[in-house]
Design a protein around this ligand. Sequence first.
Ligand code: NCD
Length: 303
Amino acid sequence: MKHLIDILDLSTEQIDGLIATANDIIAHPEQYREKCHGKKLATLFYEPSTRTRLSFEAAMYELGGQVLGFSEAQSSSASKGESVADTARIISCYADIIAMRHYKEGAPLVASLHATVPVINAGDGGHNHPTQTLADLLTIQKEKGRLHDLVIGFCGDLKFGRTVHSLLNAMSRYENVRFVLISPEELRIPEYLRQELEKNGISFRETQNLEESLPELDILYMTRVQQERFFNEADYIRLRDSYILTSDKLKNARADLSILHPLPRVNEISVQVDSDPRACYFKQALYGKFIRMALILCLLDIQ
Ligand code: NCD
């Protein structure tokens, strides 16, 4: 594997390998401290980020490597009109690997066609977010001990939520996985994804009702309504609080439910829920660092 643009670039065997490496890093961090000595990661972030960028950077530092980059398009030559293709060519002269987040769908793919070093998609518009999915998969594997035989509820902004799209694609490849897609009518999954699920014979149901769906779920994947992708503020305001998970609502959920959220959270999970043992979202953010360490090693072909 040279780049990671789409989660489906990885086979399920490669995903198993990354999860195994992440678990080994968690168990023996000292064995990884010099693995990337002399290597540089460039983080090219044209859109805001806390977890993704900083966990990539922490990952590279913990592997003994170094980091350069920018955290907003305004401070790069993009503000002078430089293309993603040219930027990718140039950064390839300065870094050994690139993590790129861009507001345009497909921008990291374009970068990968022009870079001479591995490119990682760290989120492209409302499209995909494969490294969040790797963090989600590691979390599910650790919490449930398996990636198959699961009922997964996705709740919130399923239209613009790129983490949802990548995780749906990833989980579709495992045996006996069923999806419950909980969203307002206007924020249902995009048509192309619905067609993919249907074509692949994946079992899924769309609903607007969170409470009714909760009891059947093994995993609840909550998401933020993606304000930055809305064309009009009034629609965002009307839809932003469509779902708020509270301790009260969780009374009807399974005792072994795992609640995930890619974060940032706005209002969709009440802070009371944080102390519920079923809440996994802060662990999930930590696992994101370990799986990104595993991914960097894999893309740089370091054993
Ligand atoms: C997500 C994203 O950027 O898509 N955040 C993240 O990377 N963990 C989710 C979000 O912004 O709502």
